[in-house]
Design a protein around this ligand. Structure first.
Ligand code: BGC
Length: 761
């Protein structure tokens, strides 16, 4: 409730609610100042043949890949190791990706050093959430609401990856994802623009480090996929998007801008079309906006065969046409199709592509290599003899910290959690209980041995008497196990409490893994039903790469912990939280809707002309479904602690944000419980009337604070005029005077402390 005793929704309806918001980072420059090419680069360009130039713009998957790396992409033209070495020697290959084999990198680099112009090669990889140490999937880590944590895990991943010669990561994925059916939401920061921006910035800083790109432990970042890939219709991967320029500027661009502002020197064109023009051939996107408006001086790489796919899109007639369209639109480097190598020389000779266009792209690539220090020492990251930097104890400890901070407690009836580590008989049931492979999540191509990371192991190590833990799978992820339910029920009956490790497997999300439904598979729900029927208290530990609709799960459980895919220290991190060594402190970075049919659902939606005054009453002719209100079951930002946070006083001074000034917001949060709490205090704002309709609420800031049992914390936010920017009718950022609602709250859709303030004319 608000302080005046009415709910947030009622208040918005009563005030005639139209809304605002979105922070529009304006693309200010940090690390984006165009670099003047050093004279030696101009010199090189002058000496290069057309074929060598095309080679510098051509990237292929490594012919010698390790294990799962080969499985990450569809198989296209593969090249033999000898052919790849020969291409390097001929100066016709700019680099390769997704090898973690330092010796192969060394062989290729040596071959490049024997080429005519000795241009060093570049080694890239999908280092998405860790390298040999696996950190929580990015969506899970974003639940920490701790950008600093994301920066530290990215740094550690860069340290490990660079130690085998990797210069460039195809990360972070910064696509805003609002449709839980889309499998790739797991790779990003979720649905919110502000959280997306902060995580993008943190991850870029982490990957690149603060010592300059030539630092041997820096890897250059690649915010991807540019752009609006997450807006795929129906949540279907690779599908069409039709997004207005306003929504692009307001929602999808800002995390990219944040990444570039943090110094990211590459980006990847997305697979999708945007309103009829594929991103890979979208001059407006890649040239006018990215280069022109934002002054981006780095390298644009296509996605995997993205240029060739222009043909399937029906945008290019053939490979030659696709090459011409992609290079002229601003794609500097072609990944995996080989089209640039094949067609660029001829396109230049025929005059269809000016030499200056090729030279511009080559210059960007060579500049990047120079920034990475590769011209000074092509082997600066290739040190086969150096002491191992993989899975150092401190990196694994960081993985454990990240794991426990990513966990979100959705409910905790009767304070069933934390569990007691002694004297309590526990049944651990479900397909995830002993599946360490799944805890790694999608996009883990290079990881080391995580066999100790499952939940059963983690719990056993945390318990005084491990014999009090009974472990039963009960079912597979999607198929029943013979006798599984019976064994589970017996284990439950013989225990005081049941922990059910259920949900999705790592193969349920990631690229090309969209779902039509966002529920727990039926066999696991049957298992839950049977176990719950024993009357034993049930704690669900959910494995998931997306928001799930948990309407059928909630009534059968005392507690639910969202555990995503937590990586190398999954079991230990989860046990820390389950047994209360640390409290849960994560918050949902995506709204969990009531039912699957609500997707795409996101908290900062528009209000409509017929907002629902009392959602549970389902008032006729208002904006709701016939059977349920259109609100979340667990909203964005939601997450409980083992303490009892209570929102107290709110002070916003005179309530006026003067044009050149700020509005200081001070809120007091008490912890009325007898255990410590880490509360994520969130600031939401709503513009009551604007020349463009604005969302019902938007996150403007957040702060994670530790509050001792019985203690209080004062949280301060500073709201600035630019926090109220939105994309106006002229498609330019604007701020309009008026009255704004402000909430300091524990989540979206939950009333905390409310006040109004004014932005005077
Ligand atoms: C994905 C990219 C990835 C690339 C290289 C593509 O299929 O969309 O995110 O970086 O493959 O593995």
């Amino acid at each position: 409730m608000t302080r005046s005793g009415i709910t947030r929704r009622q208040l918005l309806v009563a005030t005639g609610a139209a809304t605002l918001l979105s922070q529009v980072p304006m693309g200010f420059a940090l690390g984006r100042t165009p670099i003047k090419a050093p004279a030696f680069i101009e010199d090189l360009i002058g000496k290069m043949t057309l074929e060598e130039k095309a080679g510098q713009l051509t990237l292929f998957a490594a012919a010698m890949q390790n294990g799962a790396a080969a499985a990450a992409n569809p198989v296209t033209a593969t090249s033999a190791v000898t052919a790849q070495i020969a291409a390097a020697k001929a100066g016709q290959l700019t680099g390769v990706f997704n090898s973690s084999n330092v010796l192969y990198h060394e062989r290729l680099q040596k071959a490049a050093m024997r080429s005519r112009l000795k241009i060093p090669m570049l080694f890239a990889a999908d280092v998405i959430h860790g390298f040999t140490t696996v950190f929580p999937v990015p969506l899970g880590e974003s639940a920490s609401f701790e950008p600093d944590l994301a920066q530290r895990t990215a740094r550690a991943a860069a340290m490990e990856a660079s130690a085998v010669g990797i210069d460039w990561t195809f990360a972070p994925m910064v696509d805003i994802a609002r449709d839980a059916r889309w499998g790739r939401g797991v790779e990003g920061a979720g649905e919110d623009v502000l959280l997306g921006r902060r995580m993008a910035q943190a991850r870029v800083r982490g990957f690149q480090g603060d010592k300059g790109l030539d630092d041997p432990e820096a890897v250059v970042a690649c915010p991807k996929h540019f752009c609006a890939y997450g807006a795929a219709e129906g949540g279907l991967d690779y599908n069409t998007t039709d997004v207005s320029e306003r929504v692009l500027r307001q929602t999808y661009f800002p995390p990219f801008q944040a990444g570039f502002d943090a110094g990211a020197m590459t980006t990847m064109a997305s697979f999708n079309e945007i309103s009829g023009i594929p991103a890979t051939a979208n001059k407006w996107l890649l040239d006018d906006v990215l280069r022109g408006e934002w002054d981006f001086s780095g390298v644009v790489v296509s996605d995997y065969t993205g240029d060739e796919e222009l043909i399937a899109h029906g945008f290019a007639r053939d490979g030659r046409d696709a090459t011409r369209l992609a290079i002229l639109a601003g794609v500097d480097m072609s990944m995996q199709s080989g089209l640039y190598l094949k067609h660029l020389p001829d396109l230049v000779k025929s005059g269809e592509v000016p030499m200056a266009v090729i030279d511009r792209s080559v210059r960007r690539v060579l500049q990047l290599k120079a920034q990475l220090g590769l011209f000074d020492d092509p082997f600066r990251r290739i040190k086969p003899q150096a002491p191992s930097r993989q899975r150092l104890p401190e990196t694994l400890e960081l993985a454990r910290e990240a794991a426990r901070k990513s966990v979100v407690l959705l409910k905790n009836d009767d304070d069933i959690l934390p569990l007691r580590s002694s004297g309590q008989r526990i049944a651990l049931i479900g397909p995830v209980a002993q599946d360490w492979d799944s805890t790694k999540g999608p996009w883990t191509l290079f990881n080391g041995d995580d066999s100790g990371s499952d939940l059963a192991q983690g719990m056993k190590s945390a318990m005084a008497d491990a014999s009090l833990l009974r472990v039963v799978a009960g079912s597979g992820y999607a198929t029943a196990l013979a006798g599984g339910i019976q064994a589970a029920v017996e284990a439950a009956r013989a225990s005081d409490v049941v922990v059910m490790a259920i949900g999705e497997s790592r193969d349920d999300s990631g690229e090309a893994h969209s779902h039509t439904s966002i529920t727990i598979p039926k066999v696991q729900l049957d298992l839950l039903d049977a176990v719950a029927a024993t009357g034993k208290p049930v704690v669900v530990v959910l494995s998931n790469g997306r928001a799930l609709a948990l309407d059928t799960v909630v009534p059968k459980t005392k507690a639910i912990l969202v555990a995503w895919f937590l990586g190398s220290s999954s079991g230990a991190g989860l046990a820390d939280v389950l047994f209360g060594k640390t409290g849960p402190s994560g918050r949902l970075p995506v709204s969990f809707p009531r039912e699957p049919g609500q997707v795409p659902y996101y908290y900062d939606h528009k209000i409509t002309g017929r907002p629902d005054p009392k959602p549970e009453a389902l008032t006729a002719f208002k904006t709701h479904y016939t059977t349920i209100p259109n609100s979340a079951l667990f909203p964005f930002g939601h997450g409980l602690t083992y303490g009892r946070p209570e929102y107290g006083a709110l002070d916003i001074g005179d309530g006026k944000l003067q044009a050149a000034g700020t509005l200081e917001v001070r809120a007091t949060v008490h912890n009325r419980g007898d255990r410590a709490a880490e509360e994520v205090v969130q600031l939401y704002v709503h513009d009551r009337a604007a020349s463009i309709t604005r969302p019902i609420q938007e996150l403007k800031d957040f702060r994670k604070v530790a509050i001792a049992a019985g203690g209080s914390a004062e949280v301060r936010f500073t709201l600035r005029r630019e926090d109220l920017l939105f994309i106006g009718q002229d498609l330019k950022p604007t701020v309009e005077p008026g009255v704004f609602d402000l909430w300091v709250a524990p989540s979206a859709e939950v009333d905390g402390l409310h006040a109004t303030f004014e932005l005077p004319a």
